[in-house]
Write a protein that binds this ligand. Structure first.
Ligand code: NAP
Length: 296
């Protein structure tokens, strides 16, 4: 199991890609906090985890969270710590598409709402998650120092520093190898190219990449990897909403994927779990595109 006993929070876990990620994390042995603005949907995901893993997963807990509200996000991280004893990983997946309109017709309210969830909400989640992970990492360092017979924080700091300095050879004991904390942010292929008539969504998903890259550079040397996954069209309730409003778009999607179909939520979850697992700790600050060789 790739995530045995790891404690992971998944936002937007009541539906689509988030639900698939929560299910996959649980089936890989993780304790999963299923977080979503829609509590009923989150409960349904927890029920699915129980059914599909038949009690072979770690623990599962459910929390209603609006990620655009700082206090609720803080509560989410506290809940993971209270329920599972810590936080080792996070999948920041909750997001909204907002309204479809050209820039000349788009309301400011739509722009603020989409940015409020997809960019501000993701910032709030990462900030709270990183704070908790850094605290755990510092606690672990302190315990290791105590076990070595030293309670001196300066020793801890110098051992952390020496791990990132090469003295005639390559460093072998970096913090990243000792403390497997990982964050995966869900952006979109709309985070790397323009998506006409979805300027707010597109801007928010570009913002996810900026946040990912900046924070990855801050925390990688301290033991946390941060990466982003960029799904292309994936068959979820969000995309079905698009398709209902815009049938021509659906036909264009089906024709544009070189693999012959749009992506499945489980395929996005597979990429997420690989990045969460720490199988390759050198992947940090990266942006993994999952797009079925789409020609869009
Ligand atoms: P989805 O089926 O609509 O699921 C999103 C979940 O997030 C829903 O349960 C939603 O609840 C919840 N949510 C919305 N606002 C929230 C908030 N403020 N706080 C907490 N939870 C909130 O969408 P999806 O297709 O799985 O998309 C998941 C993520 O993947 C999004 O970030 C999306 O932008 C990204 N993505 C999707 C695709 C795609 O083709 N599906 C492609 C690229 C990227 P409600 O239903 O009550 O709003």
């Amino acid at each position: 199991m790739l995530l045995s006993s790891r404690s992971i929070v998944v936002t937007g876990a009541g539906s689509g890609i988030g639900r698939a990620c929560a299910l996959r994390c649980a089936s890989e042995g993780a304790n999963v906090l299923v977080a979503d603005i829609d509590e009923q949907a989150a409960c349904a995901t927890a029920a699915l985890i129980a059914k599909k893993t038949r009690g072979c997963s770690g623990k599962t807990a459910v929390l209603a969270v609006d990620i655009s509200k700082s206090a609720e996000v803080e509560k989410m991280v506290r809940a993971a710590v209270e329920q599972f004893g810590g936080l080792d990983g996070a999948v920041n997946c909750a997001g909204i598409e907002g309204e479809r309109a050209g820039i000349d017709k788009m309301s400011l309210e739509n722009f603020d709402r989409v940015m409020g969830v997809n960019a501000r909400g993701l910032f709030l989640c990462m900030r709270a998650e990183v704070r908790q992970m850094l605290k755990q990492i510092a606690d672990g360092e302190r315990e290791r120092a105590e076990a070595r017979g030293s309670n001196d924080d300066d020793d801890v700091a110098s051992s952390q520093n020496s791990s990132s300095v090469c003295c005639g050879t390559f460093s072998q004991d970096a913090a990243i190898d000792q403390t497997p904390c990982s964050i995966v942010n869900i952006s979109s292929t709309a985070g790397s190219h323009g998506m006409p008539e979805f300027a707010a969504y597109c801007a928010s998903k570009h913002a996810v990449l900026g946040l990912t890259r900046a924070v990855a550079g801050e925390v990688a040397s301290r033991g946390i990897t941060v990466n982003a996954v960029l799904p292309s069209t994936t068959d979820t309730p969000m995309v079905r909403r698009f398709a209902r409003q815009w049938p021509a778009w659906q036909a264009q999607q089906n024709a544009s994927f070189a693999i012959g179909r749009v992506c499945r939520p489980e395929e996005i979850a597979a990429a997420v779990v690989f990045l969460l697992s720490g199988e390759c700790r050198a992947i940090a600050g990266s942006t993994l595109v999952v797009d079925g060789a789409s020609r869009l």
